[in-house]
Design a protein around this ligand. Sequence first.
Ligand code: SF4
Ligand code: SF4
Length: 282
Amino acid sequence: MRRLQAMLYRNRWLFSRRIIQLLIIAAFAVELPAGGYFAQGNLSSSVWFGIGLTDPYIWLQSLFAGAPLGKAALIGVAIVAVFYLLLGGRIYCSWVCPINLVTDLSYWVRQKLNIKSNFTLSKNLRVAILGLSLLLSLLSGTLAWETINPITLFQRELMWGSVAGATVLASIFLFDVFVTRRGWCSHICPVGAFYSELGRMGRLRVKATQLGACHGCAECIKVCPEPHVLAPVVAKKAAFVTSGDCTRCGACLDQCSTGALAMNLSFKKQGEFKGISVVSEH
Ligand code: SF4
Ligand code: SF4
């Protein structure tokens, strides 16, 4: 029992994320005894207890496609945008997006099989794909990314077992295992790129708890899906992770054995922190 408790504690952020991710999937997929579902639609556009929520990236594509959303949908966009703007956009990636289940599994398999392949891809690639998707929306008058969005395909796969969904998911899995570490989410996906920009100033941040607690082992960097975001903190050049790329997954907190890191929600202006200058990557 103690072992189980210790294991759960060591992976508390991971288990918390998995519970939230699975509950979100269940809200769409599991029919209530009285009929209906907690949530209707999909992660791009859904209705929760009568409140419509719309992904701001969908809204942008729709705007470029020349079919602006109606007033109710705009309120839904605003709710979602403000949430991620305040907390940090890529919370979506590690706490909501179902593809994260696939890419985390890929990473786990890579580690187990000790696969080292790391095909170099620029992080700007996903920003370029984001721009391209908007341009294609403009030219085609459609929501260009939505036609191939694996997040939507994942839900279709779950509900209808679509062959297209299974093929895309398997491709992402194999790409991340054999081609490059965290290849899809860190280099390709425009949804992650969009939320990274949206939540650049998000106030939920990983922070160094005390001077001296970190002994520089860099174990946190090894498990971080976006290792560059932690480097300034481990090098004691920053007190907070400031990059919008941080997914707030908490893997670094699960990994850190000295308690040198914490997740901090603060709306105060962040400046000097016990003698360490906060460096911004904006
Ligand atoms: S980068 Fe894209 S696919 Fe990956 S977790 Fe974020 S939204 Fe999902
Ligand atoms: S810094 Fe920590 S919370 Fe942020 S992405 Fe990396 S491991 Fe996750």
